[in-house]
Design a protein around this ligand. Structure first.
Ligand code: ADP
Ligand code: MG
Length: 265
């Protein structure tokens, strides 16, 4: 890995996510090539790009579910998965890596709720088992979060008794229960029937309004235009183009971006 100097910045000015020349390969297949970008605190960064362009892999690297092969990835000023000493890198111990991951919420296309637990139990699970919160506090907090995603009356429902949109709102509440400083969304509405997409985007919009930093992989260009502060277009594992969503969507500069947008808009 090439050593990269990191500027020392005060907390408030420090980006929430900083990727510096991040590359990732699976076997001989380079999936991310020298990705550099910043997500400022409180920003909503939308990531768009065709299937296979590396969007999920990039999110998974931020969350240390994948290990980058080259470059540096920082979350809130901390190197993800490693400790730097001089120009050497040392892998974090599993407990330290788990602590980093605990501060990052992730919402997937397929909601991945525990099927044998109610909505409320799904939300209360991690705070009790991972954070050691009392069950009583976790359930109380869980009820607040359910109310926040508009599901106060569904606390006792099992996932199979909820619509896809309701399940995804529970999944968002479950991620929020860990008090994340960063939320990652990987195509959160792609598996939903069209009439259920809006209720999930509404919850995400409200979350953005609270100042949560979010990285959102999505094909919902209306959402990106209204809620996104920044956007990157990935193709073939490289950032082809980035900018303000309105500008990028209205005025793409690269042929590949134009070709992609002509298919999805
Ligand atoms: P996207 O989310 O943009 O559709 P992905 O990040 O899922 O793209 O995948 C990018 C490329 O990486 C694809 O070619 C995919 O097959 C490959 N890939 C993703 N995960 C793995 C893995 N665990 N092992 C091998 N190849 C993978
Ligand atoms: Mg994906």
């Amino acid at each position: 890995m090439t050593p990269v100097q990191r500027a020392t910045t005060p907390d408030a000015a420090r980006p929430m996510v900083e990727a510096v020349a991040v590359s990732k390969r699976f076997g001989g297949n380079e999936v991310l090539t020298s990705i550099s970008l910043r997500v400022e605190r409180g920003q909503v960064m939308c990531v768009i790009g065709p299937s296979g362009s590396g969007k999920s892999t990039f999110l998974r690297c931020i969350n240390h579910l994948e290990v980058v092969d080259a470059g540096r990835l920082y979350v809130d000023g901390e190197l993800v998965g490693y400790r730097e000493r001089g120009d050497k890198l040392y892998e974090l111990k599993p407990a330290e890596a788990a602590r980093q991951r605990r501060d990052i919420g992730m919402v997937f296309q397929h909601f991945n709720l525990f099927p044998h637990m109610t909505a409320l139990e799904n939300i209360a699970e991690a705070p009790t088992t991972v954070k050691g919160m009392s069950r009583r506090d976790a359930l109380e907090r869980g009820r607040d979060l359910l109310a926040r995603v508009g599901l106060a009356s569904h606390a006792g429902h099992y996932p199979s008794q909820l619509s896809g949109g309701q399940q995804q709102r529970v999944a968002i509440a479950r991620a929020l229960a860990m008090d994340p400083k960063l939320m990652l969304f990987d195509e959160p509405t792609s598996a939903l029937d069209p009439e259920l997409v809006g209720e999930v985007l509404d919850v995400m919009r409200e979350l953005a309004d609270t100042g949560m930093t979010m990285v959102v992989v999505t094909h919902e260009m209306g959402f990106a235009r209204e809620v996104g502060d920044a956007m990157v277009f990935l193709d073939g594992g490289v950032v082809v183009e980035s900018g303000a969503p309105r500008e990028l969507l209205a005025n793409p500069q690269h042929e590949r971006t134009k070709a992609f947008l002509s298919k999805v808009l």
